[in-house]
Design a protein around this ligand. Structure first.
Ligand code: 5HY
Length: 245
């Protein structure tokens, strides 16, 4: 089974970490290809970043289709371009926020999301609502840590995030913690050993979700909304995204 894990930002060190976390949970016989686009933002911390990360993501999906990928993980907690990616890909496409929230809802009555910057919490709430998780989501907390600080060796990020997770358990009454950034994937075990409740990393959860769907022989429905994009010419910088049928 071939699964492509796409980090929609352009920071290759984060892609390496994401790939290692996906491979750590993949079943024998599952090959993980972890990639990031060469165009787009170095990190995704705003709506502007998210919008400009989507062309690079879709380019990687299109390449994956020519390479015969069975499924895809969108490894950014905003699940950017998820719907567009589902129109392009034959196999299942799963966002890490979607997978993490659904997984957390199976493990307790309520979960809290712990993410990077406060300005991204609105997006997380929007996704909780979209995924039918508003009733389970107790809170979305931010540590005010820039995404790329997670890449700095020896930074205090890990300790700050762990403390915020503890507060989520004590103050929100969270039964489960959802890590709100792909760059936190490698912190899952460390935090899990210190907060006393299950901690869900979306990269791992999404990888296993794609694996299960492919193993079940299930793909995205093309009945309506996720049918392939209509043939259309794209102008200017996006000329390469032209759809011919
Ligand atoms: C992520 N940004 O998972 C999101 C996290 C966030 O570059 N990878 C990013 O803060 O929304």
């Amino acid at each position: 089974m071939l699964i492509k894990v796409i980090n929609p930002n352009t920071t290759s060190s984060m892609t390496g970490k994401i790939g290692a976390c996906a491979r750590a949970v993949a079943a024998p016989g599952t090959r993980i290809e972890a990639v990031n686009p060469t165009m787009g933002p170095a990190s995704i911390e705003s709506h502007y970043d998210e919008a400009l990360a989507v062309p690079g993501l879709l380019e990687q999906i299109a390449l994956g289709e020519t390479d015969g990928m069975d499924g895809y993980v969108v490894a950014c907690f905003g699940d950017p371009g998820l719907d567009a990616a589902r129109e392009l890909a034959r196999g299942p496409v799963i966002g890490i926020a979607e997978a993490a929230m659904h997984t957390a809802s199976l493990l307790g009555r309520g979960f809290s999301v712990v993410t990077t910057l406060g300005r991204t919490t609105g997006r997380a709430w929007e996704l909780a609502h979209r995924y039918g998780m508003s009733g389970s989501c107790r809170n979305v907390r931010a540590c005010e840590i820039p995404v790329l600080d997670l890449e700095l060796p020896g930074s205090s990020a890990r300790e700050s995030i762990t403390q915020e997770c503890k507060r989520a358990v004590e103050d929100d009454g969270a039964d489960v913690i959802v890590l709100g950034c792909a760059g936190m994937a490698d912190l899952c075990r460390h935090i899990g050993e210190r907060v006393g409740v299950p901690v869900v990393d979306g990269v791992a959860a999404a990888t296993k979700t794609v694996e299960s769907l492919v193993a079940l022989g299930l793909v995205t429905s093309t009945r309506s909304e996720y049918a392939g994009p209509p043939a259309k010419h794209y102008d200017g910088l996006l000329g390469g995204f032209t759809i011919t049928r």
